[in-house]
Design a binder for this molecule. Structure first.
Ligand code: SF4
Length: 234
């Protein structure tokens, strides 16, 4: 059962730079603060930022087992460079999903597929935490344009912390290049937003950053950043 938002100090989160928001969140939530990664450019920036701040923040990998090999190579490069110990939520294998739900569920019912491979593992992963840092940004798509720096999620019973909410794509790249941070090489080949292989294509320069995700359908989000009550889709 979702709880109501706990009281927080009266702080102007919107004016906080990314590093300050992460520092404040760690001071407020301590070890009950977690960062999630799916090995796009935002993951690279946030892993580096947390490391530079010297804060012991848990890192959860949201791996659907359907990522590109370049995403897994990026994970390995970041693990090696920053000495990460990843927490990996359980997810059923793709073979098991084929058996239970029929082949290629991402084609027949992508919402159900995202529910099984992303939303349910994330729900379990966030159980021990009070606050969740994610890399979503307002300029990624109209559906993310009003993302606040900090918001309560009834669905997950956590505060959602968005240090990069007011960063644009250029600023993420500048941060990565100036700091020589390992990043997903697919970004250099037209993939401005990267998810699972079956649901990601490269993006043209005149398209929105996330236009290559579930292209050709009206699906815009995998569902982990929506805050509707969980619907059982079986
Ligand atoms: S992005 Fe596609 S393949 Fe990945 S979990 Fe969602 S529907 Fe399934």
């Amino acid at each position: 059962m979702a709880a109501t938002a706990p009281q927080l100090p009266d702080v102007d989160f919107e004016s906080m730079p990314a590093e300050e928001l992460i520092r404040w969140s760690h001071a407020e939530f301590g070890t009950r603060l977690v960062l999630t990664c799916s090995w796009q450019k935002q993951s690279s920036a946030l892993v580096h930022m947390v490391s530079e701040l010297g804060l012991p923040i848990d890192v959860v990998e949201l791996d659907t087992q359907l990522f590109f090999k370049e995403s897994y190579e990026t994970r390995e490069a970041l693990v090696e460079r920053y000495g990460l110990t990843l927490i990996r939520p359980e997810v059923i294998t793709v073979a098991e999903q084929h058996k239970r739900e029929g082949p290629n569920l991402w084609e027949s019912d992508p919402d159900r597929c995202c529910h099984i491979r992303k939303v349910e593992p994330l729900l379990a992963a966030l159980e021990p935490y009070d606050a969740w840092i994610s890399g979503i940004r307002r300029d990624q798509s109209p559906s993310r344009a009003s993302t606040p720096k900090l918001e309560w999620s009834e669905r997950y019973d956590v505060w959602k912390v968005h240090p990069l909410a007011d960063w644009d794509e250029k600023r993420v790249w500048a941060y990565i290049h100036v700091n020589e941070i390992p990043y997903n090489p697919l970004h250099d080949t037209g993939y401005r937003s990267i998810g699972c292989i079956p649901c990601t294509r490269p993006t043209r320069p005149d398209e929105e950053e996330r236009a290559g995700r579930w292209a050709g359908s009206d699906k815009l989000e995998c569902g982990i950043h929506l805050d509707e009550p969980i619907k059982e889709t079986t």
